[in-house]
Design a binder for this molecule. Sequence first.
Ligand code: BES
Ligand code: MN
Ligand code: ZN
Length: 506
Amino acid sequence: MNFTAKIHAKDLVSSGYPVLVVPAFEDAGFPSELKDLDKSWRGLLQSAYRNDVQKDDGALYIVPTPLGKGIRRVAFVGMGKYEECNLDTLRRGAGTASGKLRKIDVGRVVFLLEPFVPMDEDFESAGKALIEGARLGAYYFDRFKSEKDTHELIGAELHLPRAMGAKAKALVPMLDEVLTVTTSTILARDWENTPANFATPTHLAQLARDIAKEAGLSIKILEAKECEKLGMGAFLGVARGSIEPPKFIVLDYKPRKFSKTFAFVGKAVTFDSGGISLKPGLDMHIMKGDMGGGMAVLATMRAVGILKPDGIRVLGIVPACENMPSGTAQKPGDVVSTQSGKSIEVLNTDAEGRLILADGLEYARREYRPTAMMDVATLTGACVIALGEEIAGFWTDDEAMSDAIIKAGAETGEPVWRMPLHKSYERYLKSDFADTSNIGKKEGGAVSAALFLNKFVGETPWMHLDIAGPFWSPENKAYIPKGSTGYGPRLLVNFLKNWIGSVDQG
Ligand code: BES
Ligand code: MN
Ligand code: ZN
C-alpha cells in the first residue's frame, strides 16, 4: 500500500531511472526530448522507434540500456493517435506500462511528461492522469492466495527537464491529491473483492472507524436497536434474514465554518442473495460486491477528510446489512414502515437496495438538512442492460448536480449518463396494501427504482447514481482489473469540487 509519487526536474541522461516510460504515437515522430539520451545510447532508441515499436493502444516495447549504467531501460508505450489522445488514453497507457513493468520488478516507473501532454490539456492534468493510471494499473489482490504476488510497484514519477524546475514545483500539491484519491480507490477495490464471509457489516463498521481515525472525521454507528427506535423498518426488514447484525454508519466531515452541507448515502449490502426472492446461482458470487455504493461513499469520505475542502460539511451515510433467505427473513408481500412514516409493500425481497436507501435518505434529510444529497448504489440489473458495464446512470431534477457529475465523469474517465425521472411510471409502483410497492415493471426497471427513491427525498435537491454496471469488470483492462473496479471515489471527489464551485457562484 505504500506508494510514492514524485516529480523530478533534472538532467535526463545522468538520471539513473530504473525505467523511463515514453509515449509512442502513431501520428507523431520520435520524441525530441529523447535526442540527447539517444545520442548516448548510440541511436538505439531512434532505430527501435522507427522499426520495432508498436504504437497502437496497449502495446509496450522495452529497450534495455546498451551502456550498463545510467537509465536502465526505456519503455515505449503505444498510445494510438496523438490527435485523439485524451486524459483517459494517458491513464490507459500508464496502466499498461505499470502493469507490465511491475512484473519485471522495476520498482518505480518514471514518465517523460512533456510528450505525453494531450493537445487540449495542461501538464498538471496530464501528470495526474499518468500517476493515477500507473498506480491503479499496478493493482492486484492476493489476500486469499497462499502464493503471494511478490512484484511490487512502489512509486510513479514524472520527469521534466532541469530548466522546468518552477513548473515541476507547481505540480507537487497535485501529487498528494492523486495519492489520496487512488488510495481510496484501492480501498474500495479491496473491500469489494473481499468475500462476504470476511466483509460483514460489522467489519465494514470497523473499517469506517479506522477511516474516521485516519482522516479526522466524526463517526456514529447505529446498532439495530437504535435503528428500530428511529423507525427504520425498511432497513431492518432487509437485515432480518441474516445472522449478521446490521450497522448504520455515519461519517461526518465538519469544518469549523461551512455554508452548505452535502450528504452521500451509499448502499452497502455486503451480500445480496436476493433473500426469499432468491437470485439464480449463476454469478451470484459477484453480489459480494453489492456494497459498492457504500464503499464508494466511505472511500470518498476518507479522501474528503484528508483533502479538507473549505466551507462545506460532507456526510457519508452507509446502511450496511446482508440480504439473506432464512426463517426470519422478510417475505414477499410483507409490509414495512420507514422512518419517513411511508409504508412499503415488499413485493420482491431482491429489490432490497432501495429499501435500505429509503431509510438512509430520510435519515440524511431529517438529521442534517443537507443543501443537496446523492445516493450511490449497485441498484439494478436493468441499469446494466441499459448502459452496459462501463457507464453509471444518474437521475436528478437538479441541473447544478447534473452538470457537476457529467464534468466529473469526463475528467476522471468514469463515465455517467443522465436518465429520465419519468414521473408517469410512478403508476407502476402502486401497491394495493401499502403506500408504495418496492418494485415497478421489468421494463424501465432502473427508472422505477429511481422513482421509488424519489418518494423519500422530499424537497431536498437529490441525485441517484446507479453504479451496478461499472463497479465490476468482467475483464482486465489497462488500469481496471478484473473484479471490483473501485468505481466512485475519483468521480465523487471531483463531483464535489465541481458542485462546490457551482453553488458558490450561483
Ligand atoms: N444488487 C442488485 C442489482 C445488481 C445486479 C447489481 C447486477 C449489480 C449487478 C439489486 O439488489 C437487485 O437485485 N435488483 C433487482 C431488482 C428487481 C428485483 C426489481 C434486479 O435488478 O434484478
Ligand atoms: Mn437485490
Ligand atoms: Zn442488491
